[in-house]
Ligand binder design. Sequence first.
Ligand code: CA
Length: 227
Amino acid sequence: MKVLMIEDDSEIVETVSLAFQIRWPDAKLVSTHLGQAGVELAESESPDIVILDLGLPDISGFDVLKQIRLFSSVPVLVLTVRSEEADIVKGLEWGADDYLVKPFRQLELLARVKALTRRKSPPGEDANLVYGPLRLNPSTRQLYYGDKEISLTCTEGHILHHLMRNAGHVVTHSSLAEAVWGEDYEGATDSLKVYIRRLREKIEADPSHPQFILARSGVGYLLTKPG
Ligand code: CA
């Protein structure tokens, strides 16, 4: 398990590093305070997860994210002092898997990292899931729409997996949050909304008039067969 941390606040790097040493001694932490070096390390070190600060001294975290997504689908957890929704949405739209607003609790960070690096599906759940024209391999997160391959981030994969397993039934916001993050948390519904929008952009013919992923206002989402 290798963690790449791109963060220019050495105090945060130190506390996170310490938290890993105590709670997750097998994890190896590689860090840099520069965005460009972070992009290079994401390629050369093949980390299992990237923890990315948005405010970096050379290039912005958004640019780092964009560049990493050109060659890697590694889970990216964004750390930000900005809690403005617009920033968070932008981060998620550029392919971040999750975000935490500073200051954060160390245990929460570790829980998010664990959720994002969960690789092993429970027994019997790594077989391909098929629903209508969609075919998903839950462990590799490869999605096929007919013959077309669609790449999903880790979180998008978890969400679609949960929707496909419950296809035809409404999945509540909290059960979806639990499937993705291991727990429901304040604000999960808003994050889900952003991920669902991204998923729709990837699989719907017209994302503003979804045919696959339908919303049940105040309740949750429903995967259904178009037409
Ligand atoms: Ca910073």
